[in-house]
Design a protein around this ligand. Structure first.
Ligand code: GDP
Ligand code: IMO
Ligand code: MG
Length: 425
């Protein structure tokens, strides 16, 4: 069997959590392969709403195992005290969750460094979620990180202290005063003590070599779905650098982040909203700083699942989507939040860019200057949607996007609940 992958094609928050939950019944394992608690994946069913940060979105389905792979970074406080606490009454996390011994830990001082770095950038700040993502991946790549498996070693305390001291020295050099900084609402000292407590609690979960678990499962004809976090335009290589996250969010990240070879990859589901949103700083060619932008934010409830920040909104950007589909090798498309358009008379889509007077559908290396999106308008359908209604104008919108991307859309999401979908066979 092969590993299928679901990836966000825009700047995150495309509705990956919901889509994974919808697809999960046909998979034995759902696995996260990168990112960390910067992600916020929302699931709604039976009048409940859950937001997952590090735990895969297959956790609520009866027979599915959920893996936090080696490529993910983990904050034990967020995982245990926030995430697991919020879902423990609804699902058997202890039996369904498997965490890689190779995952790197986000230390309390990584969180401080994130604050320090953003503070120093001033008006050039990334708009990070401040969950410690950049500093933790930096330590991983510079071979200083502490991994989940290290917590069982006899010299763990010394390792922890040494890295903490190094971080505090860096913070001192940066001249950053962290006395007022709150982490998850706590002072650094209180957070560190709660973090160490959570780290002890982590030991009762299934901490294993998940690469064996996944490859053995494939050998035994089990099905695996890899769940992307963030989105292609936040990828460290192909995103709108430097306003990106610090991991490989594209399909290729699934191989390194789970320990599976490229020959084991099956379908690649590319997920996108019928419009665009972005939270944090950075270029956004089709951003709408007007009433229509406010309308989309209001109708789509576009506020961050992790940070509650208002999301920037704009029309769909087809050249960027085509680029994202290319770098991910997408095989199947999913379009979400189509219901947000249901009352609009007309809908716009960016079909090409005008750069220096020239029209192009290619994404330039530097997306930051003099980009003028060129739009095509289409008529709206102006009626509510249901799993069995497909108004002609929506069918035309879908067809236009499919023709542009040269790929089929097999699922259209028309609401936040797991039942709100139009599925094409
Ligand atoms: P993710 O990070 O990609 O999992 O997406 P988020 O959960 O951060 O944001 C997507 C938001 O849209 C959540 O509040 C979802 O409940 C909601 N959502 C998902 N699909 C749909 C849809 O088709 N229509 C509407 N109206 N909301 C949706
Ligand atoms: P999901 O998985 C949307 C954005 C942040 C910031 C940039 C860097 O829910 O789609 P970081 O904390 O990684 O240093 O922030 O990336 N960002 C996201 N935006 N959805 C996410 O995840 C995001 N994770 C990070 O807002 O602009
Ligand atoms: Mg999200």
């Amino acid at each position: 069997m092969k590993v299928d992958i679901l990836i966000g094609l825009q700047w995150g928050d495309e509705g990956k959590g919901k889509a994974i939950d919808v697809l999960t019944p046909t998979y034995d394992i759902v696995a996260r392969f990168q990112g960390g608690p910067n992600a916020g994946h929302t699931l709604e069913f039976d009048s409940h709403k859950f937001i997952l940060h590090t735990i895969p979105s297959g956790i609520f389905r009866e027979n599915t195992k959920n893996v936090i792979g080696n490529g993910v970074i983990i904050d034990p406080y967020v995982l245990i005290n926030k995430e697991i606490k919020s879902i423990d009454a609804y699902t058997d996390v202890k039996n369904k969750l498997f965490i890689s011994l190779r995952s790197n830990l986000i230390l309390p001082t990584h969180r401080l460094l994130d604050h320090a770095n953003e503070h120093l950038l001033g008006d050039k700040k990334i708009g990070s979620t401040l969950k410690g993502i950049g500093p933790t991946y930096t330590d991983k790549i510079s071979r200083k990180g502490i991994r989940v498996g290290d917590i069982f070693l006899s010299d763990f305390k010394n390792k922890y202290k040494a890295l903490k001291q190094e971080h505090l020295r860096q913070i001192e050099c940066l001249n950053f005063d962290y006395s007022e900084v709150k982490i998850e609402g706590l002072s650094f000292e209180d957070y560190e003590s709660a973090w160490l407590d959570a780290l002890e609690k982590l030991k009762v979960y299934n901490l294993v070599s998940t690469e064996y678990m996944i490859n053995d499962a494939l050998t035994n004809k089990k099905t695996v779905l890899a769940e992307g976090a963030q989105g292609t335009l936040l990828d460290i290589d192909f995103g709108t650098y430097p306003y990106v996250t610090s991991s490989t969010t594209v399909t290729a990240g699934a191989c390194a982040g789970l320990g599976v070879g490229p020959s084991k990859i099956g379908k690649v589901f590319g997920l996108f909203k019928a419009y665009c949103t972005r939270v944090g700083e950075g270029i956004f060619p089709t951003e709408l700083n007007d009433e229509m932008g406010d309308y989309l934010r209001d109708k789509g409830h576009e506020y961050g699942s992790t940070t509650l920040r208002p999301r920037r909104c704009g029309w769909i950007d087809l050249p960027l989507l085509k680029y994202a589909s290319m770098v991910n090798g997408v095989t199947d498309l999913i379009m979400t939040k189509v219901d947000v358009f249901s009352e609009l008379e007309s809908i716009k889509m960016c079909t090409e860019y005008k750069i220096g007077g020239k029209l192009t559908k290619e994404i330039p290396f530097d997306l930051t200057h003099n980009i003028e999106p060129v739009y095509q308008s289409m008529k709206g359908w102006q009626r509510p949607l249901s799993p069995t209604t497909l108004p002609d104008n929506l069918a035309a919108y879908i067809k236009y996007v499919e023709d542009y991307l040269q790929q089929k859309i097999f699922l259209v999401s028309i609401g936040p609940d797991r039942k709100d979908n139009i599925i094409f066979e």
